[in-house]
Design a binder for this molecule. Sequence first.
Ligand SMILES: Cc1cc2nc3c(=O)[nH]c(=O)nc-3n(C[C@H](O)[C@H](O)[C@H](O)COP(=O)(O)O)c2cc1C
Length: 208
Amino acid sequence: MTIDLSEIGMLKGQQYETIITTKDAGGNPNAAPIGVICRGKDNVMCRIFKGSRTLDNIISQKEFTVNISQDPLLFTWSLLDNLQDEDFSKDNSIKDIDCYFKCKVTSLKEAVKQSDPIKKKSEAIVIKADVVELIINNPVKVYNRSFGHVLESLVYMSRIDIADDNQRKYYLDSLNEAFRVIRKVGSKKDKEAMDNIKNKLNEKGFEI
Ligand SMILES: Cc1cc2nc3c(=O)[nH]c(=O)nc-3n(C[C@H](O)[C@H](O)[C@H](O)COP(=O)(O)O)c2cc1C
């Protein structure tokens, strides 16, 4: 069966928020939210900071599972390490997940960035992988962070004229962060929307 990630809304070059599940050499399962970039119909990549269990497991096992969900609690529990062994299926996907795909690693490369928004010097590994199985249990769309940022930016813009100085500074800082995220992970439309917002703010005399 041919695999086509566009079936779940994944488009080449775009990043989506997912929950990656892995196992260590002893078979112990782990889950963590990770951004996954679609490289084509049946391959993906991600960049994972050194020090995480997910990265250690991927390096040792050369495989991982990408779970697709729009459930805020699942993302939260995965980050807070609240998923229990019984929350995983036999094939190491998350139980009752809408959709997941299994990946086999094809390359692992060091990626050191001298200036990263998170910390000055970041050390990570870029992982490329082939998708070997795609399981869709329920119709679902992958989640991209940009649309939320566009909506929040519109809300800030609509309030900026009536805000006091402190609140206005908060809105402008948040707008700058939204621009950064959208430059990194936004679609063409998200970027166009932010250009419109930027132009409007500049017209109003705000430097952004
Ligand atoms: C939505 C979201 C996306 C994330 N994407 C990444 C990512 O792409 N790379 C990464 O190294 N960490 C990412 N993180 C942070 C990891 O989930 C976090 O470091 C986690 O604690 C790793 O857990 P682990 O040690 O169980 O692997 C993300 C977190 C969230 C909430």
